[in-house]
Design a binder for this molecule. Structure first.
Ligand SMILES: Cc1cc2nc3c(=O)[nH]c(=O)nc-3n(C[C@H](O)[C@H](O)[C@H](O)COP(=O)(O)OP(=O)(O)OC[C@H]3O[C@@H](n4cnc5c(N)ncnc54)[C@H](O)[C@@H]3O)c2cc1C
Length: 409
């Protein structure tokens, strides 16, 4: 930004909002910093919502993210941004007030995809995105009602794991043949299927939930193969959608299809309709449709990464861009972790982009796995299960290959 930045507004008081605020101060921003969040509380750790918070290993009060003591931000909590007036450089809030900015950080994250099927009973059907959702689900698990999980992605599989740890019967339904297949491929999927079977999960492969049954509260579901399952609670775990509704009409570019977020460049500057960076607006975290950090043959130009790493690793670049400073020279490689069924799952890169996988180690007895993912002959990702030490070398190779292809080192 050419003029001096004096007032920054951050929309979204989650991980990305906090990371951006911290990075701005680290880069010397001494002006007014306001963070707006529509939840009643400050930033907290979402990954624990599908893991330790459900099992009770972590209490609600222990999920808050630590704030730097000298952050000097004004927190406007329990308020939503409803519109962005870029010409007037104002963010309009749901109480009719407006916040003026000369720098804006869009960090409004994503929301869980709701049940897409025919009308469901009003009680017993959950999604999982916020702390309130997790507490509601935890109460249902504590009652011990059989749980139906719709969707065997990361969140669905982690919740299945937590529920089994609590002794709750679980039916997990997915159109794929194995859990996590869409994200990690069939070899990893078979390892997870084995772990789930040993833990007593009833996994219904190649199946969809047709209807959720019950009058006032959930009693079960009808599946696409015609069978019925009994359940007192259901978790709909069908992914997340970026929170961009408040940006409609602002002239910022919103993506569609595989990248439905706010379209940004590598520095996380939001793009306008003309494809050029919009002045004074950056974005961070799950709301971003980012340029593919591993461009290769036929890969998408933009995608929503949706990992913790995205919200943290790009904060410095976004802060630098907003303050008109030179950014870091290296673009980070995405990474992801998950803990479920006693398995330490770690990945670097973007396995979902692969057109070929290579199994480096597969030891089902010790639940160990190392898989590399390739596209157009280049390494685009690696996954380890109970083999974390192997990842660093793969990350280094991804960086080397990317540099050799002329992309941002
Ligand atoms: C259950 C669960 C488990 C996860 N586990 C893992 C894991 O194991 N590993 C991993 O790498 N990642 C994991 N993730 C993903 C990780 O938590 C996210 O990538 C990260 O939280 C993204 O941070 P964010 O700040 O961009 O978005 P969010 O955390 O969604 O925060 C955005 C905030 O903005 C608020 N907001 C939205 N719209 C507005 C508005 N208009 N006005 C004001 N405020 C608004 C939202 O309510 C929210 O508080 C998990 C996510 C979930 C939901």
């Amino acid at each position: 930004m050419s003029r001096r930045t004096e007032a920054v507004v951050v929309v979204g008081a989650g991980l990305a909002g906090l990371s951006a605020a911290t990075a701005l101060r680290d880069r010397g921003f001494g002006g007014r910093l306001t963070v707006v969040g529509d939840e009643p509380h400050g930033p907290y750790d979402r990954p624990s919502l599908s893991k330790d918070l459900l099992t009770g290993r972590r209490a609600e009060e222990q999920t808050g993210l630590p704030l730097p003591p000298d952050l000097g931000a004004r927190w406007v909590l329990g308020r939503s941004a409803v519109r962005l007036d870029r010409a007037g450089r104002r963010v309009l809030l749901d109480d009719g007030s407006a916040l003026e900015y000369d720098g804006l950080v869009v960090a409004s994250g994503a929301s869980a995809v709701p049940w897409p099927g025919p009308p469901a009973p009003p009680g017993g059907v959950h999604t999982l995105r916020g702390r309130g959702d997790a507490l509601g689900l935890r109460a249902a698990l504590r009652r011990g009602d059989p749980l139906l999980v719709v969707g065997a992605g990361f969140v669905g599989s982690e919740v299945a794991s937590a529920a089994r740890e609590l002794g709750v019967p679980v039916t997990l339904v997915d159109r794929a043949r194995t859990p996590l297949e869409g994200a990690l491929g069939p070899v990893a999927g078979r390892l997870f299927a084995g772990a789930q079977a040993r833990a007593g999960v009833d996994f219904r492969a190649g199946t969809a939930v047709r209807r959720l049954l019950g009058e006032r509260s959930l009693s079960g579901a009808e599946l696409s193969d015609g069978t019925r399952v009994r359940a007192g609670a259901a978790l709909v775990a069908l992914g997340a959608r970026p929170n961009t509704a408040w940006l409609r009409g602002s002239g910022l570019r919103l993506g569609g299809g595989a990248a439905p977020g706010l379209v940004c460049d590598h520095r996380r500057r939001a793009l306008g309709q003309d494809g050029a960076p919009a002045e004074g607006v950056v974005a961070l975290g799950d709301v971003v449709a980012a340029p593919n950090p591993l461009p290769g043959a036929g890969a998408p130009s933009h995608l929503v990464i949706g990992h913790w790493s995205e919200a943290v690793d790009h904060a410095d670049a976004a802060a630098a861009a907003l303050l008109g400073q030179e950014g870091p020279g290296t673009e980070p490689v995405p990474s992801f972790w998950s803990d479920q069924f006693g398995l330490r799952v770690r990945s670097v890169g973007l396995p979902r982009l692969a057109d070929r996988t290579e199994v480096r180690e597969h030891d089902p007895d010790r639940s160990r796995l190392e898989v590399t993912y390739h596209r157009g002959g280049r390494l685009v990702g690696a996954l380890t299960v109970n083999r974390t030490s192997r990842l660093a070398a793969h990350r280094a190779r991804i960086l080397r290959e990317r540099a050799a292809h002329g992309a941002l080192a």
